[in-house]
Design a protein around this ligand. Structure first.
Ligand code: FAD
Ligand code: NAD
Length: 509
């Protein structure tokens, strides 16, 4: 909602004009881009009208500020005067006004919960909502928590009925090791399900169980981690009386959509050209982090640009199409690779491109709704990618060709402007040569006169010719990703061609 640059942006013809997920954006006036907003926030201008004071805001007071030129909105207990931001909001003034004088947290979360509004709106902060003081937790309850029992108060009633059974944890130690065991009470938990971090003396183990997140969050010094049975190597061979002191949301099970994004700083290890404008970035995770981004999911990268935290989503890829194409696939937990197109007039990517080897960039936990179960018993896999919309297809392709025994055919139709824009063309051609199940076809929207291949934008004609089942009733999955208009038009065409919802996965987030 707040973090998309604009001015004459997106440019009238730009693919960025339609929002991901089909939301429409409004054209913004000249001088109202994200960069212009950052400049205004740095100008020293009093944006709240409170001359730098922070106040406690009652509900009655909040309700009064419900007009465009006097608009306060509460997000997660903090109240912002968003009137100065109105003209900079890519979703338009009307969207912001929906939350005028009220708590906009839900609306905000529905649209872009990953946007770092705290940083974007820090100069608009009016203060906190006035709340009753919380009852301090008594010591005994904390002790119980640390023995792995979830106090009733932390399990919302609705969740107790609808969500998974509450997990619990326990821990034990030897002279040199401490092992934390998380009892998820679910069968289908694998290495993708747990994310472990040790940063700034706090230890965090987040386990994703269906659409819920179970968190162990404590403060203690930790090294070496592994699996869901997390083994911590003691720095000194002393006996621990407890595991540590609970930190925010420790031992809580909450819907994943309600959790904030957690970031860790990763180091830039290498940067290589993939095309004239797209680069393969390799980031190294901190030594005490365990994080595997599930296939089809993305993470958010965060950089501070002229004092403001800017966040953009990117989809990790494998380091190449061919290296992982051998069995068994050894999970590489240390590095995350990204194929990122650098837009010279963009906000984030030029900054990313300017990073030196050894510099740091923050990487969030994964998000996304692609499910590996979509591959079950799959016979034909069709991938429709445009530009960097190729990125989710990389891991999908690697996984499918290596792991799905029922698979007969995988076809990629890759849409680009020119031949020079095709990412990993020679790797794709080599893969097609090596694996007879795989075929690739390139379609160019701005080809030179020498191009003999397919031309134009996505169309029903191209699709109906391309999407031929290997058998009459073979089980099919079609994945589609690219600029929002490409994905939206493509999905409509696929419905018109009578593919069912279950047979189509659109990367629209
Ligand atoms: P922006 O500032 O957003 O600009 C984008 C475009 O608009 C550029 O063409 C720029 O030149 C133009 N523009 C900017 N300002 C103006 C202006 N004032 N007037 C006219 N034109 C303007 N991208 C990847 O490369 N790799 C990925 O793996 C990847 N994964 C993604 C996953 C998801 C789920 C999503 C939603 C997007 C993903 N993207 C990916 C896109 C990425 O998130 C960014 O949108 C992209 O990198 C552009 O960011 P930017 O800040 O550099 O450019
Ligand atoms: P691009 O401008 O180079 O265009 C690539 C191709 O997309 C074009 O050749 C054309 O065939 C098609 N296309 C572009 N505009 C179109 C339109 N208006 N209608 C129909 N087809 C159109 O693409 P790019 O600069 O590489 O941008 C890639 C896009 O993919 C970005 O918008 C990015 O946000 C998105 N993306 C999304 C995800 C995700 O998971 N949701 C992942 C990666 C990239």
């Amino acid at each position: 909602m707040l973090n998309i640059p604009s001015q004459s942006f997106p440019a009238p013809s730009s693919q960025q004009r339609a929002a991901s997920g089909g939301r429409s954006k409004v054209p913004l006036k000249q001088g109202r881009s994200l960069m212009d907003w950052i400049r205004l926030t740095k100008s020293g201008k009093d944006l709240t009208g409170l001359k730098g004071r922070l106040i406690e805001v009652t509900e009655e007071e909040l309700k009064k500020h419900n007009k465009k030129d006097d608009c306060w909105i509460c997000i997660r207990g903090f109240v912002y005067n968003v009137s100065p931001y109105m003209e900079y909001h890519p979703g338009g003034e009307d969207e912001l006004m929906k939350a005028a004088g009220s708590d906009g947290t839900d609306l905000f979360d529905q649209v872009h919960r990953w946007v770092n509004y705290e940083s974007m709106l820090k100069e608009c902060l009016v203060g906190r909502m006035a709340v009753k003081p919380a009852v301090p937790k008594d010591y005994h309850e904390e002790k119980k928590v640390l023995n792995g029992m979830l106090p009733k108060s932390q399990v919302p009633d609705a969740l107790a009925k609808e969500g998974p059974v509450s997990p619990s944890y326990d821990w034990f130690q030897t002279d040199s090791l401490v092992t934390i065991v998380i009892y998820t009470k679910q069968k289908d938990v694998n290495l993708d399900s747990v994310i472990v971090d040790h940063q700034y003396d706090s230890f965090r183990a987040e386990t994703i169980i269906k659409d819920y997140s179970y968190l162990i969050h404590i403060v203690r010094v930790v090294a070496n981690v592994g699996k869901i049975e997390i083994v911590l190597k003691k720095k000194e061979n002393t006996s621990w009386e407890c595991l540590g002191h609970p930190l925010e949301n420790h031992n809580s099970l909450i819907p994943k959509k309600d959790t904030g994004l957690y970031y860790r700083k990763c180091q830039l290890i290498s940067k290589e050209d993939a095309t004239h404008d797209t680069k393969l970035f390799c980031l190294m995770l901190p030594p005490s982090t365990h994080l595997q981004v599930p296939i089809g999911q993305h993470v958010y990268l965060k950089l501070t640009i002229t004092g403001t935290e800017i966040v953009k989503p990117y989809t990790p890829v494998s380091d190449s199409l061919l290296s992982e194409f051998k069995e068994p696939v050894i999970p590489n937990n240390k590095y995350i690779y990204f194929l990122i197109k650098i837009y010279p007039a963009g906000l984030f990517t030029p900054e990313l491109d300017h990073l030196q080897i050894g510099d740091f960039v923050s990487v969030s936990n994964p998000e996304g709704n692609f499910k590996i179960s979509q591959f079950q018993e799959l016979e034909d896999l069709f991938l429709l990618a445009a530009g960097t919309g190729f990125t989710p297809m990389v891991k999908i392709l690697n996984y499918a060709l290596t792991n799905i025994s029922t698979l007969r055919k995988v076809k990629l139709m890759f849409f680009n402007k020119t031949e020079d824009d095709i990412i990993w063309r020679s790797q794709l051609e080599k893969l097609a040569f090596k694996d007879k199940r795989f075929d690739v076809e390139f379609v160019l929207s701005k080809p030179t006169s020498e191009w003999n291949g397919k031309k134009g934008y996505i169309s029903p004609g191209l699709l109906s010719e391309f999407l031929k089942r290997s058998l009459d009733k073979s089980k099919v999955l079609i994945c589609i990703c690219g600029p929002a208009p490409f994905t939206e038009q493509g999905m409509r065409m696929l419905h018109d061609l009578h593919f069912s919802k279950d047979e189509i996965h659109g990367f629209t987030a």
